[in-house]
Design a protein around this ligand. Structure first.
Ligand code: SF4
Ligand code: SF4
Length: 304
């Protein structure tokens, strides 16, 4: 089965136990205003332009058969603009560009090739208690593809994990559960109106799916990315923590500090993202204070 991926990260130690390889699948059903992986939102590969690699030869503009590329020279700054509505991903501009200033942000990959790539480091997984993690984007967006990969990995005795916001029908989870050892679940904002406003989807389905998963007895780690002005507040974290305590079984919780690297991706895409333009990671003291607050509430915290 064919699917779309945008990265494979080897020797990952933050996406589940032991040494792991993380496969990033393209496509996400949500659209968070602070998204750290904008290359993961669209399912199909998208064209990116890297101005610092461009030698201003204009060959790409001449090669494009649908006139999706144009040149702008605002403030004497040469730049190629991409009209994504017109681009049909033929790849001619990528082929002709002498400096790799135009590249697609992902690629098609057969699930068997993905499994072979993931199993290259099986000896490290066996020694460290690690395995493979499917991330994204969100693996539920291409869940049939994810399912085929997970089935193969389980058949070869490899520990499997999924990183997901669980914004999907519970029937999707039902199919993934037998082949997934650990669910790493993003729960960003507890207030439903704010969740809808800032992520594009209601969190009702996410909370219901977390209840469903916890009742299944699967191992769960809930994570909250701490985004200034959105998710990083006493009120939000207490509400999420109280909800986690109401779930069945042992559910662990982890806070992830804000990572400002995402901003450079928006700059490359020539997109403004005013939501996170000024955002900075929280201080160690603030992080510790939230971790203590949540541990005091009774949560099983994993600290960074
Ligand atoms: S991928 Fe093809 S259609 Fe898209 S901008 Fe390049 S040449 Fe044009
Ligand atoms: S072909 Fe490449 S180097 Fe030439 S203008 Fe286009 S992006 Fe720049």
């Amino acid at each position: 089965m064919k699917g779309y991926i945008f990265d494979i990260k080897k020797f990952s130690v933050h996406d589940g136990p032991g040494i792991r390889t993380t496969l990033f699948l393209k496509g996400c059903p949500l659209n968070c205003v602070w998204c750290h992986n904008p290359e993961g939102i669209q399912k199909e590969p998208e064209l990116w332009y890297f101005p610092n690699k461009c030698m201003h030869c204009s060959l790409c503009v001449q090669a494009c058969p649908v006139e999706a590329l144009s040149i702008s020279e605002k403030d004497e700054q040469f730049r190629i603009n991409i009209n994504h509505e017109l681009c049909d991903s033929c790849g001619l501009c990528v082929e002709i560009c002498p400096t790799q200033a135009l590249l697609f942000d992902g690629r098609e990959m057969d699930h068997e090739d993905a499994v072979n790539a993931l199993l290259e480091d099986k000896s490290f997984y066996d020694e460290s208690g690690g395995g493979v993690t499917l991330s994204g984007g969100d693996p539920v967006y291409q869940f049939q593809y994810a399912l085929e990969i997970l089935k193969e990995c389980k058949a070869r005795g490899v520990h499997t994990a999924i990183e997901s916001a669980l914004y999907c029908p519970s029937s999707v989870l039902q199919k993934l559960i037998p082949y997934t050892d650990l669910f790493i679940c993003d729960l960003k904002i507890f207030d439903d109106e704010k969740h809808l406003e800032y992520t594009g989807g209601s969190n009702k389905i996410i909370l219901e799916n977390l209840k469903y998963l916890s009742a299944s007895g699967k191992k769960i780690l809930v994570r909250t990315p701490l985004i200034p002005h959105f998710s990083g507040s006493d009120e939000n974290l207490k509400a999420i923590g109280t909800f986690i305590l109401s779930l069945e079984g042992r559910v662990q919780y982890e806070l992830l500090n804000y990572n400002s690297l995402a901003m450079s991706k928006y700059q490359i895409r020539n997109e403004k993202n005013d939501s996170i333009r000024e955002a900075k990671p929280f201080s160690d003291a603030q992080l510790k204070s939230w971790q203590t607050m949540l541990a005091d509430l009774g949560l099983d915290m994993i600290n960074e």
